[in-house]
Design a protein around this ligand. Structure first.
Ligand SMILES: Cc1cc2nc3c(=O)[nH]c(=O)nc-3n(C[C@H](O)[C@H](O)[C@H](O)COP(=O)(O)OP(=O)(O)OC[C@H]3O[C@@H](n4cnc5c(N)ncnc54)[C@H](O)[C@@H]3O)c2cc1C
Length: 375
């Protein structure tokens, strides 16, 4: 079968990967020179810890796929480093204790660590905290280099072609297949088209699928110079418990009622996530903005908060911040929907809305679509 896949982010790339693995031919279109959406702006965290119990099986499957892909494509930078969520108040500790003794703790690889155990596992964490929730199944990839590395690997099959700077402008279903036209008038004939536009909900996406049940979310991020030492695990702060469904329960309700977040963290719906890049710098975030129109500039106050919290946990000054950016992802409005898949026509699918877990779940979403379509 010949597929045209639109969108060079992780969802488009994961769908291409699944199709190539099943022996099909893929023509992959990306409107920019290189993907510029959420995928290249994210943390690269394969985050098992906070996923809901209902999503856990798919999340673990995706993590398994990432590990397998990472073993075959070194450029993906897969590392099974785990994470530690550092708790700083009794209410946060109660959430960590509940998670570590919950029914899915073993599957996630949760363990509650005393400060000395945290330090033994991650000697860079010399700051102030009460305990750490270790998640041994969390992992990381290098998002910005993963996409070209995956494409190079697929190209070696002889059945994969990538067209950069190529915007898909129309798709016409022919009954037996579909024809895609790009912005230079070039035609691509396919048996099946999968459109993975990320947060581009308007234009072609709206023409194909109407108003999808998705919304957009904007996040602010930053990156430092190399830390000069190894951060052996990713880290998070207790604010992250507020946002991940995997931690939901009475302990999180008390945490929320306690209103212990700082005014800046509460205003910008913040958590701290921090992961060390392979070059040694730290990627640190984030904020959550849900109301459009989004600002096009980045706000300084959240960065001051993130710097303060990270320095408190590391017990040292952060290296100089060298980059700041914002990113927007597409999130399905139904909290139980992992992704939004719409069959726009007989041979045309639109797949988007994986929310803040698209990097984690990308490979499994690609596999699931391939199973569903019968590739
Ligand atoms: C700041 C930030 C941090 C995040 N951190 C994490 C994390 O650590 N872990 C995690 O699991 N998830 C994370 N996420 C979420 C994750 O990044 C996204 O869910 C995921 O990247 C979405 O992938 P995508 O392929 O759907 O979209 P995108 O990466 O946005 O890719 C869509 C691509 O489609 C292209 N395109 C659109 N329309 C057309 C067209 N008509 N023709 C050709 N090309 C087109 C765009 O140019 C774009 O390159 C984060 C998101 C953000 C913004």
């Amino acid at each position: 079968m010949r597929l045209v896949i639109i969108g060079g982010g992780i969802l488009g790339t994961a769908h291409a990967w699944a199709a190539i693995a099943r022996g099909h031919e893929v023509v992959h279109l990306e409107r920019e020179r290189e993907a510029r959406g959420a995928t290249v702006r994210n943390f690269g965290l394969v985050w098992v810890s906070g996923r809901s119990a209902g999503e856990l099986e798919l999340t673990l499957r995706s993590r398994e796929l990432w590990e397998e892909i990472g073993g075959r494509v070194a450029g993906v930078g897969f590392r099974p480093a785990g994470s530690i969520t550092l708790v700083r108040t009794p209410a946060e500790l109660a959430v960590a204790e509940a998670a570590a003794s919950g029914p899915t703790a073993a599957a996630r690889g949760f363990a509650l660590l005393e400060p000395e155990q945290v330090l033994a596992l991650n000697p860079a964490l010399r700051g102030k905290y009460l305990a750490g929730l270790h998640c041994s199944t969390d992992a990381a990839v290098e998002s910005r280099q993963a996409l070209p590395a995956l494409r190079a690997h697929m190209a070696a099959s002889g059945r994969y072609t990538f067209h950069e700077s190529t915007e898909a402008r129309s798709i016409t279903d022919t009954g037996a297949g579909a024809v895609v036209l790009d912005d230079r008038g070039r035609r691509y004939e396919a048996d099946l088209v999968v459109h993975c536009p990320g947060a581009a909900h308007s234009g072609l996406t709206r023409e194909l699928a109407g108003e999808l049940p998705v919304r957009r979310v904007r996040l602010q991020m930053m990156q430092t110079e190399p830390l000069g030492e190894e951060l052996t695990t990713a880290i998070a702060d207790g604010d992250s418990f507020r946002y991940y469904p995997g931690f939901a329960g009475p302990q999180v309700d008390s945490l929320t009622a306690e209103q212990s977040q700082t005014a800046t963290a509460a205003e910008h719906k913040m958590q701290l996530l921090c992961v060390q890049r392979l070059h040694g710098g730290l990627t640190i975030g984030d904020t959550h903005e849900y109301t459009e129109p989004f600002a096009f500039d980045v706000d300084e106050a959240p960065y001051e908060h993130l710097t303060e919290v990270t320095e408190e946990l590391l017990g040292r000054r952060l290296p100089r911040v060298v980059r700041r950016w914002a990113g927007v992802y597409s999130q399905s409005v139904d909290p139980d929907a992992i992704v939004t898949r719409a069959r726009a026509d007989t041979n045309v699918w639109v797949v988007t809305g994986p929310g803040g877990r698209g990097m984690t779940l990308g490979p499994a979403i690609g596999e699931q679509t391939a199973d569903q379509i019968g590739l």
